[in-house]
Design a protein around this ligand. Structure first.
Ligand SMILES: Cc1cc2nc3c(=O)[nH]c(=O)nc-3n(C[C@H](O)[C@H](O)[C@H](O)COP(=O)(O)OP(=O)(O)OC[C@H]3O[C@@H](n4cnc5c(N)ncnc54)[C@H](O)[C@@H]3O)c2cc1C
Ligand code: FES
Length: 359
């Protein structure tokens, strides 16, 4: 750490600049100066996929402040933007570029969700020069330090992003092992990173590439198909990311508990194994709804409420609300909790039976 950075992060300076903190003053002078916070300047926005009538996909290159500590392949970042001067809105995006160190540029690649606030803004309206707010890179959906001799990567749609980061990283490391890379897209026109993957198919030593379009007759993910492609696949370390049905198919193919399979969801799977019968009481709003088994965030939205949210995946804690009564199941881990007066992340909590929330 340089002397300037040590000074900027000192307790004395923090106390002198209280209550706003040194970063507020630095930001005014130059938004790319920061002592603790992480920000980034957008340096490029490039369309990856643009099929008329379908949501476009773009890759955004970010130059982070020197406070960025770098990322490992497969990690994600919380990105906050101020849209039309409104309060900052935060969403989570996987890094799509290869692993990189502190302060180095990286990319995210995102699909403009037709009803989405942040993805629409970034893909359709963000321009070079725009400043965004970041967390440090997070998540343990990553490659191990010593990559096994053979790995399988399975993705669908925009779920390709963390796996592309892994593939790019392995290629830069001149990994000598074998990579079976399986990706599902709606059609060849919807293929993200199409040109680069075509190059990989031509020149990528050790990479076995399978770009599939089940809607055009290609095989869907199944144990029999995987076994033909990778004999003994259940013992081969595998990373999978994509829409919930693809992840469910992967889990089923790996017998739902195999240590070989690691998964990343972009959207919560809608599962609740317990009883969904009951009433959800939104105490502060003075309204209630019949339990549908969906997450409490979705049920609150269904009842016309607008609780705060960010990632909708249990990562950012912005949806944390107090449950005063009832049992909830975490839709990602399957853990249940019946404690009264507990703070829960409503985006990943589905109620079993009756439940009362202080929202
Ligand atoms: C770990 C992780 C990594 C990710 N990586 C990527 C990536 O690399 N690329 C990528 O494209 N995406 C990625 N995502 C998804 C991304 O975080 C966003 O969820 C996505 O871009 C949509 O955000 P948005 O702000 O555009 O949409 P939002 O405004 O969040 O809306 C999304 C959906 O939420 C629902 N919704 C929102 N508000 C309401 C309401 N008031 N009432 C009812 N329903 C509502 C709607 O169904 C809407 O379609 C990732 C997610 C996670 C968790
Ligand atoms: S919205 Fe991020 S934890 Fe719930």
């Amino acid at each position: 750490m340089s002397i300037t950075q040590t000074l900027l992060r000192s307790r004395l300076l923090e106390a002198l600049t209280s209550p706003h903190g040194v970063d507020r003053y630095l930001e005014v002078v130059n938004p790319m100066w920061a002592a603790r916070e992480v920000r980034a300047r957008i340096v490029d926005v490039r369309r990856e996929v643009d099929v008329p009538g379908h949501p476009p996909v773009a890759t955004i290159t970010l130059q982070p402040t020197s406070t960025w500590q770098g990322h490992r392949a497969g990690q994600h970042v919380q990105l906050g933007v101020e849209i039309n001067g409104a309060r900052r809105t935060t969403r989570v995006f996987s890094v799509s570029s290869h692993e990189a160190g502190p302060g180095q540029r990286f990319t995210i690649t995102l699909r403009a969700n037709p009803d989405g606030v942040v993805s629409q803004h970034l893909v359709e309206r963000a321009e070079p020069g725009t400043i965004v707010h970041l967390s440090q890179a997070e998540g343990d959906f990553t490659l191990p330090a010593h990559v096994p001799g053979h790995v399988v990567m399975i993705s669908g749609g925009s779920g390709i992003t963390p796996l592309m980061s892994m593939l790019r990283t392995l290629q830069r490391r001149t990994h000598r092992g074998r990579v079976t890379f399986i990706h599902y897209a709606q059609s060849p026109e919807h293929q993200i990173f199409a040109e680069e993957l075509a190059d990989v198919a031509r020149t990528g030593y050790g990479v076995d590439l399978h770009l599939l379009h089940p809607e055009l007759g290609d095989p869907a993910l199944s144990p029999a198909w995987l076994e033909r492609l990778v004999p003994g696949y259940r013992d081969v370390p595998t990373w999978a990311c994509g829409p919930a049905p693809l992840i469910e198919a992967a889990r089923a193919a790996y017998d739902d508990g195999s240590d070989a399979l690691r998964v990343e969801y972009f959207k919560t799977p809608s599962v609740s194994n317990g009883s969904t019968e009951g009433e959800i009481n939104f105490a502060r709003a003075g309204t209630s709804a019949t339990n549908s088994g969906a997450t409490l965030l979705e049920q609150a939205e269904g009842a016309g409420l607008s609780p705060e949210f960010g990632c909708r995946m249990g990562i950012c804690f912005s949806c944390t609300s107090r449950k005063t009564e009832g049992t909830v199941v975490n839709v990602l881990t399957g853990e249940t909790s019946s404690l009264p007066d507990e703070d829960i992340r409503i985006c990943v909590s589905a109620p079993e039976g009756d439940c009362t929330l202080d929202i």
